[in-house]
Design a protein around this ligand. Structure first.
Ligand code: PLP
Length: 379
């Protein structure tokens, strides 16, 4: 928390707006819309709810196909299943770790042959790094299929001077507790299409018809964000730029200290993009490093330092067994390699210099100890 959240929460209590509507919700929506540069935003209870609403607005239903990045948190794809639709997973490419335009193109070529174009493409911007939106948008436009940009992790990131989350028909942000700014739980659906977002508001408030009594002509959802939580969001938005600067500085510290260890490769930042570096992520090539990601995770855990592996790709998840998957190319499944070798380091915006140094120290120590042991055995 930034310390200013109480101001807006107190206002909500003082004015008795303890509802999933109210001045904080309006101001938070307006603040996000202005910050990312879209016509409108709808505050909802989670990023997952925002993705679900986007699919509903695009008319995704039973039996429809939806293309979706494979290397992501499962929430990107779960709403496809809520709608009875079928996900088709698209691999990453090495420069952004995000959706491979090559794999996407092949998926579209097959879809055209089968006469089953997807109803939508969900493109994820992983760990704060924008996907190759120009290439991806060009392909999707050619086939006339709308993009839902899952920018849950990339609020504040930029791609060629334009805000992450504003490249598709709909953009999605998350304010889950672990995100760069948080409302404890919450999300935002953004778009330039005001009419569609009006419909999103309707669907998110139980699809209540404009009648003097409670009348419903279709099924809706209870997806709105409370005025209390939106108050937290308003204060958080005021410190977003500081948070991005902090996360980028944390990345830089890790990078400067660890980039020259053999086999350590940090998540790249594509030219003309500005990642929010939500998490500092890297891969460790075990053969070159003499140590695996699991070794590092274990060593850090012994010091009570929480690090995480990279997301397990969705095409490898048991729950999505048998679903179609398009690798980057015939030889290479990039998301699989990133999963096997990927590591996310502690990246909280409130980490102190001492915290960062402690993590760096233990990583270096683990590598050194492993090297000494290997040398002992070989001599
Ligand atoms: C890539 C991605 N998509 C979607 C979500 C879902 O957001 P939420 O947790 O707010 O539902 C998250 C995070 O939780 C995420 O990391």
């Amino acid at each position: 928390m930034s310390g200013k959240e109480h101001k807006y929460i107190n206002e909500a209590f003082q004015t008795n707006w303890i509802a999933p509507l109210g001045p904080n919700v309006d101001a938070f929506e307006a603040g996000i819309a202005e910050y990312v540069g879209v016509n409108e935003a709808v505050a909802v209870s989670s990023g997952t709810a925002a993705i679900h609403l986007a699919l509903l607005l695009l008319g995704v239903g039973k039996g429809d196909k939806v293309f979706c990045s494979s290397l992501t948190f499962i929430a990107s794809a779960n709403p496809i299943i809520y709608q009875g639709a079928e996900p088709v997973f698209i691999d990453s490419e090495p420069e952004t770790w995000n959706m491979s335009p090559e794999a996407l193109e092949r998926a579209f070529e097959d879809a055209i042959k089968d006469d089953t174009l997807p109803k939508a493409v969900i493109v994820v911007n992983l760990y704060g790094q924008s996907a190759k939106m120009d290439e991806i948008a060009a392909i999707c436009n050619r086939y006339g299929v709308p993009i839902i940009e899952d920018a849950a992790e990339s609020l504040g990131a930029m791609y060629k001077g334009k805000a992450s989350g504003t490249f598709g028909k709909f953009g999605v942000f998350s304010f889950n507790g672990n995100k760069i700014i948080t409302t404890s739980g919450g999300g935002m659906l953004v778009s330039d299409d005001r009419e569609a977002l009006q419909k999103a508001r309707f669907l998110a408030t139980q699809a209540r018809d404009a009648a003097p009594h409670y009348q419903h002509s279709q099924i809706g959802f209870n997806y709105r964000l409370s005025n209390i939580l939106a108050g937290i969001g308003r204060a958080q938005l005021e410190v977003l730029e500081k948070r991005i600067a902090a996360r980028r500085a944390i990345f830089q510290r890790y990078y400067d200290e660890l980039f020259n260890l053999p086999g350590f490769r940090f998540m790249p930042e594509l030219k003309d993009t500005h990642s929010n570096r939500w998490l500092t992520a890297l891969t460790i090539n075990e053969k070159e490093a003499g140590i695996s990601v699991t070794d590092i995770l274990r060593a850090l855990s012994e010091e009570n330092i929480e690090a995480r592996p990279v997301w397990k790709p969705l095409h490898l998840q048991p729950v999505f067994k048998g679903m179609k998957y398009y690798p980057h190319n015939e030889q290479e499944s990039v998301s699989g390699v990133l999963f096997n070798n990927g590591l996310c380091l502690p990246s909280g915006s409130n980490m102190t210099e001492e915290d960062i140094e402690t993590v760096i120290h233990h990583i270096k120590q683990t590598v050194i100890k492993r090297k000494e042991r290997a040398e002992m055995f070989s001599s």
